[in-house]
Every structure is written in structure tokens, then in C-alpha cells.
Design a protein around this ligand. Sequence first.
Ligand SMILES: [Zn+2]
Length: 332
Amino acid sequence: MSEQPIFAKSLRKTHSDGSYDGLRSNAMIRVFRDRIEIDNRPIYWQYVRELRVYGELLHVIYVAADGHPVEEYFRNVVFAGSKGARELAEMYAHVAPELKKVSLVVPQQRAVAADEPGKPRIEVRRVSRSAGHGGRPLVTVHSSRVAFPVLCPGCAEPATHVAGLTMSGFYSNGGWWAVPVCANHSKVKQWVGVQKWAGSEVSLECSNGKWADAFAAMNEETPDRALVSQAQSSPLAFALSTGSRFVVYQLVASLVYLSVSTISDPVEIKRDGGTFLPSLPHSFFTLLLGWWSIHGLFATPIAIYKNSRGGFDVTENVKALVAGVALSPRGI
Ligand SMILES: [Zn+2]
């Protein structure tokens, strides 16, 4: 069987906004008349809920074997102008009529009243819940985009600060999320355990049941209104309205062959406040621990320079949190 694909190319996996950072990875995308193959995994059109092309971005939502929707984004990275977008547009022109022909196959219990004849509507289960270690609530969001309630994961009280939740330990290169916290529970990893963190799925083990409920409710297809309005009237929203900015600083630590770069928790810089003074502890840390590898020799002065120039502004990120917007993990 030598079937010719309509499209075959290795595409960069990205976040929903097309950006990528840290661990770059590609997926082999092959498109045939009846299916798309992602790294040799065939997904027939009957299981594809959405396939869209935005410029050089390809967005696919399909129903996985367990009934969950999986959302993936790929970017056709081409250096020559609009070639990437043109290739995807040509592919889409071929498959759009095929996609229209098939009706979506979904598990019976989730196929509710049809929106149009022959096209059952999926009731999307964006969030699922189970028990983690010691019966602690484990909330899984089946998307790369996650929204956080503006409540502290430690005490479920309104959050006043923001912490950076990294994928694992100290290392932030796989991206990180800005997570609202209170002043007493700013070490976010003590309250939220990252169980899984993949392009299309995030599982968090929560220590506070009330927060777990709020986190789940924020990530449903229709986020909880009361939580969104709480976010919009939270102390963080007030800080933003008074002109506060949020900044992270870079930290580097090295030991012979090992070198890690990460970020500080977001620091609030009040209106007219300077960014240099808050950078000092982070730069001092880097100055002490950064140098001790070849990579560190280069990374340390860059980090110190960037920190002294004001660090990295993540105010837009905090604004999105307060607006209840679901975001992909970000890099700096
Ligand atoms: Zn707290």
C-alpha cells in the first residue's frame, strides 16, 4: 500500500499562541484524504473535532480513545516569508471537503442533541477529577491552556501575590505558570503538586479541596462566573489598577557539567518603584552560584545584565490571570 500523503512535514509543537520555548520538539505530521497522522498515530476524520489553519499555525482538536478532547498546536516554521502559511493553506484546501463529509464519532453518552443533521455535538469534558496521593484531589485539565482562580492554593483565600509554578523542581525551561497565592503560602509547590505536564494535558495534585474545586470550575468549557468576577475584583486586580507591574528575575546555578537557569517568583513593582533593588538578591545568588560550568560562564553575565535592566516584565500574564483567561505555560 503506497498511499501518497497530501502533506508530510515535521512541524514544531507550540502553545496556542504559536510561541514555543524551552524544550523545542517537533512532530511528524502526515495528512491523507481520510486522516491525519501525528508521529505515526493515525486519527481519522471521524475523530477530529476541529482542524484549523491560522497562517503558519495548525490547530487540531480530536477525541482520544478515552473520550477526552485533545488539543494540539503545530507551527510550520519556514524562514522564507509566507511559505509556511501557504503550505498549510494548500493542505487545508484539500482536506476541508473531506472533513465536511464525515460525521464525528463520539461515545454515545456524550453525543447530545445534534447542532446540525448528522453532526453530533460533543459535550466537551475539559476537566476530570480523581484521587492523587493519600486521596488528595487530583484535577486534570485536558488542554495546554490552563486558567487559575485568584485564590491561594494553600488556604483558598483571595490571593495577594503571584508565584511561579515550574514543571519540575528548580528548572523552568519547560515553561512555567503564574499562580496566585497569599503572602503566607507563597511557596506554591508545597500546595500544588504537578503530576503531569504535557502539551495537551496538565494534572495538579491539590492540598486544599476548596481550591481544587475552584481550579476545576475555572477550567470548564464555561468558566464559573462567580470565580471570574472574584478574580476581577481581587487584591491582584486592585494592584494592577494602581499601576503595579510584575517582574521576574533570572537565576543561574552551575556545577561542573550541570547548569540550570530558572526564574524568581513574580515580584510586584509598585507604580514608580524601581526594579534594580529587587533584582539584587537574585543577581547575588547568580553571582555566587552561576559561574561553575562552561554554560554558566556565559549564562551568568547575561542573567545579571538582564536582571539589572529590570528583569522580565510579566504584567500581561498577571492581567490575564485576573481576567480569568486560560494560558499556555510561558517561558521568559
Ligand atoms: Zn494562603
